[in-house]
Design a protein around this ligand. Structure first.
Ligand code: GAL
Length: 716
């Protein structure tokens, strides 16, 4: 062939190859204050937001004010090729990334390659987790969300394009010690295996504001009933009604708080797969049993997995609406189909919720691969097995919550799978792993992914371990004793039984604080448990010299930039630094501003790294200057709806301060219709040097559960 012909053929070939490719022109539209959306290619009708039926809280977003589009739009690129969507978002030097779902061992995500894939966490932060949320935030103060229920590949600042505007330096490995195996990358690149997708960008200007906008866009965080913030114990799977009653009585007699008991699989006549029907031998009179427990102030939570036994009474009706493959020989209901929902939840409603059951632990909706339906499975709705897997947790959370809403009773339960869209659904994630350290890192990451996580206590080799784990779970979204298999009780280790009681009582006393912090999650989008990186002025920057620097020389600057995986914020004011078994002292990074010891009110430091030696009895907790912590008297059960409760309001530090205390009936959905109130707590130092605390008047016609108020100024 002649040379000129050859060139023409080549050009034609290139043209054709590019024909199926198109770089999409993007028209970002501000759909709520500080939230921009673009649809590229042909987005699939079924996605994370539709599965959850998300209703953005546009008013709360509006109240956050306006902000500019946080990225250079020209630097965002989208291509649709081979029926897949290729995305690229810019990444600057020094930027750190957080999020990409519920990770357990890492907080910094820059430099990660992940496949966001629903699964039981397998001890590696590779994207396979209980909440593989396609959302990330940057230390530069913005967030990006890919609304797809597909397995998404993420290259979070790892890949280097040959036409990059900011290429890494070309170095010679033979002679240059700065040569890097992972050269500098200037982008987050994402591959979505679908011919289009909806993208969202959340403005800041701070990282916290980007997180809040994401949460509010998802409808705001969940607001548990007050009792959800008390203690829960799970009991052995073959316990009978009498055993459960005896167990609750023991808690009461020994003076350990308890708000709900979880029944493991044996309450059902058959499980794995499940009938969702009471076992008549162990629970001959379920309605009377549930009622009796309620009278004693203890609610019942039921374990289940969703897989329907051929022996379940609903089986013949639901069978036409189930998937092609079974799980443990049980049918998998296609819960995207309204008829399937009606049959399925109809059973739950009739046999459980109508007789007073308070919630569920919905198990096994995440994986493992060898148990779950395979990706080749099909479902009658046409939703693919992959999409079903990414969203099944969200479907069961949403539909069960709606069932409780019909009874105007809030629920608070456990689930092993969530995703974007699940933010407002009142469930806490748990799993079968048991590393205390990973549990704390999970708690930190839950705040970046719109989820809640419990560092449950399950079993322990020693009293020390039992106490250390117990201390952490008391500063978490759900104080769960998941000791159904080990039968460990709070008092099992006599050498720490008194300390366990004390920390449990503290958890209960702090209920007004926890409840208000959850209300802020709901109304303002602020995650109640989160990383210190979200604190104002906590500027995480990726500076190589700092990452390799010596902690002794410039401790604070170095510490801020290192990954902080073992301390977290609990609500507006508290910094919690758990102790792990075997530790007698630890380092704590105190963000800027003064910090005070929670127990004594003494100043401990400001913007520095301190070492603490708290002894076995205490979990280190520090309070921000001007921190206000409303507390109630010790109670073994959460207050009843509308019950008046006295408050002791603590103030810490030197700053005058104000805190908005949230109030409602604590149990119904009436708050969604405006039946709630905020009271302002004010602490001010008078001219004579004395502190004075006041509370604003209750609002007429609004819930008011505040009894007598006393103030305690903790810092002299
Ligand atoms: C597991 C679950 C455990 C427990 C158990 C009961 O899959 O994670 O917490 O409920 O099932 O069989």
């Amino acid at each position: 062939m002649k040379k000129s012909n050859c060139t023409i053929m080549l050009m034609l070939g290139l043209l054709l190859a590019n024909f199926g490719t198109f770089a999409q022109l993007m028209q970002w539209k501000e759909i709520a204050s500080g939230v921009w959306k673009v649809s590229v290619g042909k987005p699939e009708a079924y996605n994370l937001l539709t599965a959850a039926g998300v209703q953005p809280n546009t008013n709360a977003l509006k109240n956050m004010g306006t902000t500019r589009f946080p990225l250079d739009q020209n630097e965002i690129s989208v291509q649709i090729r081979d029926g897949k969507t290729y995305l690229r978002f810019p990444l600057e030097r020094g930027e750190q990334l957080f999020g990409f779902g519920l990770n357990f061992q890492t907080v910094h995500q820059r430099g990660k390659i992940l496949q966001l894939h629903m699964d039981h966490y397998g001890n590696k932060d590779n994207g396979r987790t209980h909440a593989p949320v396609p959302f990330y935030v940057s230390s530069k103060g913005y967030g990006v969300f890919v609304n797809s229920a597909r397995y998404i590949n993420v290259y979070a600042g790892t890949a280097v394009r040959t036409n990059s505007k900011n290429p890494p330096l070309l170095l010679d490995r033979n002679t240059d010690k700065n040569w890097q195996a992972q050269p500098y990358s200037d982008a987050v690149e994402i591959l979505v295996p679908a011919g289009g997708v909806e993208l969202y960008v959340f403005g800041g200007p701070s990282t916290m504001e980007a997180v809040r906008r994401f949460n509010l866009f998802n409808g705001g965080g969940c607001l548990p009933p007050r009792w959800g913030l008390g203690f829960t114990q799970r009991v052995n799977r073959l316990y009978s009604d009498k055993d459960v009653q005896k167990e609750a009585a023991e808690f009461e007699e020994k003076g350990y708080p308890l708000d709900f008991i979880g029944l493991e699989p044996g309450w059902q006549s058959k499980s794995y797969p499940c009938t969702f029907e009471w076992d008549k031998t162990r629970f001959p009179q379920p309605a009377a049993f549930v009622k009796d427990m309620l009278n004693k102030g203890v609610r019942i939570n039921l374990w289940t997995n969703p897989y329907v036994s051929p022996e379940a009474s609903i089986y013949p009706k639901i069978a036409p609406f189930t998937g092609s493959h079974s799980v443990w020989v049980g049918a998998v209901p296609d819960l995207t189909i309204p008829k399937a929902q009606a049959i399925y939840w109809g059973q739950f409603d009739k046999d459980h919720v109508s007789i007073g059951v308070s919630g569920y632990k919905i198990d096994e909706v995440d994986g493992f691969d060898s148990w779950l339906w395979p990706d080749v499975a099909t479902f009658p709705s046409g939703v693919s097995a992959e999409q079903m897997r990414q969203t099944y947790g969200v479907l069961v959370m949403k539909q069960s919550t709606d069932m409780f809403r019909k009874h105007n009773r809030r629920t608070y339960g456990l689930v092993r799978a969530s995703n974007a869209g699940g933010v407002s659904l009142p469930y806490v994630i748990y799993n079968d792993n048991y590393s205390h350290e990973d549990f704390i890192t999970g708690l930190i990451n839950s705040g970046f992914s719109g989820t809640l996580w419990t560092p449950e206590v399950r079993a322990s080799k020693t009293g020390e371990e039992w106490l250390r784990r117990f201390q952490s779970v008391c500063f978490s979204p759900m104080a769960m004793i998941n000791a159904w298999a080990s039968s460990t009780k709070p008092w099992t280790f006599p050498e720490v039984a008194a300390q366990i009681k004390e920390i449990s009582q503290l958890r209960m006393r702090m209920m007004p604080y926890w409840y208000t912090e959850f209300a802020k999650y709901h109304f303002e989008g602020t995650p109640p448990f989160r990383a210190v990186n979200l604190e104002p002025d906590f500027k995480t920057e990726l500076k190589k010299e700092l990452l390799n620097a010596n902690l002794e020389e410039n401790p604070y600057a170095v510490a801020v930039n290192k990954e902080i995986k073992d301390q977290y914020m609990a609500g507006e004011y508290l910094l919690v630094a758990p102790m792990f078994t075997g530790q007698t002292s630890r380092k704590v990074v105190l963000p800027k501003g003064k910090w005070y010891d929670f127990y004594t009110g003494q100043l401990v430091g400001e913007g520095e790294v301190i070492t603490v030696t708290p002894g076995l009895d205490k979990i280190p907790v520090f309070v921000k200057d001007g921190g206000i912590i409303p507390m109630m008297p010790v109670m073994l059960h959460a207050p009843q709806p509308n019950q008046k409760v006295d408050l002791e309001i603590r103030h810490y530090g030197q700053k005058n301060a104000q805190y908005k205390l949230y109030d409602d009936d604590g149990e119904t959905f009436d708050y969604e219709k405006g039946q709630f109130s905020w009271r302002t707590l004010t602490a001010e130092r008078q001219t004579n040097g004395e502190w004075k605390g006041t509370i604003s008047n209750p609002e007429n016609g609004k819930p008011n559960t505040v009894g007598n108020v006393t103030w305690k100024f903790m810092t002299p």
